[in-house]
Design a protein around this ligand. Sequence first.
Ligand code: PLP
Ligand code: ZN
Length: 366
Amino acid sequence: MRLVCFECGKSYSVNEARWRCDCGGFLNLEYDDINVNFSLNSHLPGLWKYKHLLPIKDDKNIVSFGEGFTPLIKEHIFGKDVYLKLEYLFPSGSYKDRGSTVLLSKVKELLIKEIVEDSSGNAGSSIAMYAAKAKIKAHIYVPKGTSKDKLTQILACGSNLVVVDGNRNDTYIKALRDVEEKGLYYASHAWNPYFFEGTKTFSFELFEQLGFVAPDTIILPVGNGTLLIGAYNGFLQLKETGLIKKIPKIIAVQSENCSPIYYKINGVSTDRCFETLAEGIAIPEPVREKQIVQIINRSDGDVVVVKEKEILDALSLMLKRGFYIEPTSAVVIAALKNIKTVAQTVVLPLTGSGLKAGKKIERVVV
Ligand SMILES: *Cc1c(COP(=O)(O)O)cnc(C)c1O
Ligand SMILES: [Zn+2]
């Protein structure tokens, strides 16, 4: 197993506390051999039954709340039969816990005591929670204007909350400066390769819950691509070991107000980003943009955008049906409406809980 740079291909040992290549490129984990015996670690709780497919050596380093195996349920929406994976039922209220449980376990294994993360919300609160469980000091940087409930969640876990007087990008620059000046480990969900190892378990669970087959299509929200990249890598490992023949078609959904991946794929050069209801995926410059585009192409997938009104309508529809999700999570439902024929197995994750977006939900739908 080794860390490999996406840009220049240079590789590094997994025993190094490294999150970026010397050339500035981002890193991915590569395995030498993969054991897909799904019952090998079935004594471990939740998604940790896939430990032999994850980069953690010793059980004693696992930092876990027993997360994973979110329900997969069948629903009929817009005349289409689809599966919804209820990723908002994670301990911190979003699927980000998949990434955090693996990343914080690795941080513990590396004997690191202090970490930095920057986030516009769910990733920050998830990392804060797992850092608290692991007794690791976390400095969480958020932009001014981040929703109050997410700040409370970060503070309540005992993290050092740094509110940056600026936008999402200013926050990233400030966090990075402190990482470099203070020599702290950057546990960024956008950069850190171990976070993406965790989100990979989304696909293993799906495969198992569908009766050991892959779905034909998955429709995902995309900002930094933490779920998209993880999901693809999970299916890739299943394909490499012969368990599935074909990787599902991946349809990425962005908000029309902030859609850099959509522009990139359609050859338009712009970095404009306006406010959107889908705050969780409002990322003007995704670190792993090239990797996201590559995955959409390799899976024979697509990227679509949805308008504010469509997000709002989809959110209202889901809330009325009893799915208490945050506005960002509704983008996939909005996209489903526009997708013409859905003949095969289609899965949509519902990524984040409405419980920390009460104010926003109240403002727009009640
Ligand atoms: C993080 C997040 C996403 C996906 O965002 P990425 O930036 O692509 O990782 C989607 N929905 C919610 C609720 C999120 O918190
Ligand atoms: Zn490199």
